[in-house]
Design a protein around this ligand. Sequence first.
Ligand SMILES: [Zn+2]
Ligand SMILES: [Zn+2]
Length: 719
Amino acid sequence: MVHVAVPLPLARLFAYQASEPLPPGVRVRVPFGARVLTGLVMSADGAEPSDRALRAVIECLDSAPLFTEEYLRFLMFVADYYHHPVGEVVFAALPPALKGNRDPGDRLRPAGLALTAAGQSFDPVHFGRAERKRRLFAAVREHEILTPATLGALGAGFARVAKDLVDAGLLARVPVPALSCAGTPGPALRDDQRSAIESIRAAQGFAPFLLFGVTGSGKTEVYLRVIEEVVRGGRQALVLVPEIGLTPQLVARFAERLGSAPGVLHSGCTPTERARVWRAAQTGHAPVVVGTRSAVFVPLKAPGIIVVDEEHDPSFKQQDGFRYHARDVAVLRGQRAGVPVLLGSATPSLESYRHARAGRYTLLRLPDRGAGRVQPAVRLIDLGAEPAADGLSPSLVRAVGDTLRRHEQALLFLNRRGFSPVLLCRDCRWHAPCDHCDARLTVHAARQQLRCHHCGHEGPLPATCPQCGGSHLMRVGEGTERIEEALRRTFPSARIARVDRDSMTARDTFTEVVRRVQAGEVDILVGTQMLAKGHDFPRLTLAAVVNADQGLYGSDFRADEQLFAQIMQVAGRSGRADLPGEVWIQTHHPSHPLWQPLTQLDYEGFAEFALRDRELTGFPPYAFCALLRAEARDAQGAQTFLRRILSLRPLPPGLTAGAVLPANMARRAGFYRAQCLLSAERRAVLHAWLRDWLPQVHGLPQARRVRWSVDVDPYSLFF
Ligand SMILES: [Zn+2]
Ligand SMILES: [Zn+2]
């Protein structure tokens, strides 16, 4: 008899008969109701089923287990921690290509590329203008055997080019040799870096570290040194980065230093690419895997270290379905695998910082900003005293003008895309609303559209007011598109680039903008947080936050933390190399207490302030929370449902439930939404109650008709 996890929101395993012994960790096809599903064997026992009616496994899809039993226990543990159906957790750990019933087989074996005899004597001149063929051919010639990871690092579409050249008889697929760690040597280390590396090196088994250092302080160099050592010892490193932090530049830097490109996993990879890297990690052929959130689940044959860069980044939290936090899962994983976990940030999450202060994590500080680098000066612009036109105050316009005259670069940051967030009729006060959400439509001027940023609804931009027929429609507030337009009017000869989700449509566009900025072909950059991270722009000396107030009085408990992180990131872009930088921040609230540590770019001062506030208000890290959410088609349904399920079981002392309230956006995409925050001073109290209570909820017939969820350790109370 085997116990199988199936990819359905059901909080249990299902028993089947098997005609042959099946090891845990293999995929099987099983009958489920009237359907046939792919499931994963979680455990097997020799017991004869007492229930004769037990159905039988149809077939086994794998000749060897995909996961070790130890790893399956880890997945069960994660499912238990997040109180999430085990089948969905297990399937989140599989790459898409392995979720179905086909065995991708040979396609996934790590195969390198080498020149055939015909390829050896081939003159690439015959490729004519086929630039990609020429590049791939040159790369194979240079590497002798080109690994799948290096092929992936060439860019999207090269797998296809490789196939063409194999079909043409110029290249052959060959086994990949064991990888060495023979990259180029790194730069000389500073004392603070050296002592951080020593501490990590001395760790025995599981040990969590918080590497705290500003942009440019050399965190990546610490990661690289530690990883080199792990790989030389025959073990593997898993590196998690935020969604927008995983750039070709980062991959190239790893490749150069480690002697071969890391396996890369992110949402832009094709299913075959993902499955190939996954398999290489699982079999130990990929010594280093770099990936975004879901990569935290990639199995490793011989784990040696887990690194989480920018550990505070919101993209590590999955916001729907299985709502895990990749940083927290990384720590759990390190604990179970007995390996060090290295969390790095210039603005650590308050959770990690508090752990470090309490001695649970080892705090490693990198105070230097590298040779000759100084922190930029920060200035506040009081928008009350100095009104802005099109979002730009006169002082900011002057500062941009001065920067251009010095032939330096400026960056204007605004976390809102589109032209303006509101379209307002001056005559009747009509606001363009979304028909499906309690939200206003954003004006997108270039495409002459109104768009909802919450449900994706799009419509044409009206010329007259649909309510009164008047023609006085005003665009209120500003997004990146408007800032760009205002800058083009004010500085007609400046070369301006805009970076946001609307302007960056193709995968390579962003890389191209980064290249142009680095080559000095751009004078002013305008954009959302996409551009706030991780790039060296040597002539960028002015960074401006166009509207900081969005984060100042946000009603979400993490708004201050996010604002601080964003401003530090923006500041980190300014003033590198030998050019001193400055940061300008526009605000209507210059006397807000947060500006004191912010204008000093003093994270620890900020953290003291923010932690006191969290303690007073009873939010994480001083409380352990779970957010219950529900959505329904009728206005009262969601709230009624939450009240009903909360009444199923009394709350123990030490656990409190807040009021059942409409969500911040009470209606989205046609659904009315409600939520309730559960909060406890001790984690165990919250989790014990959830464990007893959830089966009762699942037993309720309404629970199958209402969309509801439990978000353990919610990142945000908004959704
Ligand atoms: Zn009107
Ligand atoms: Zn909408």
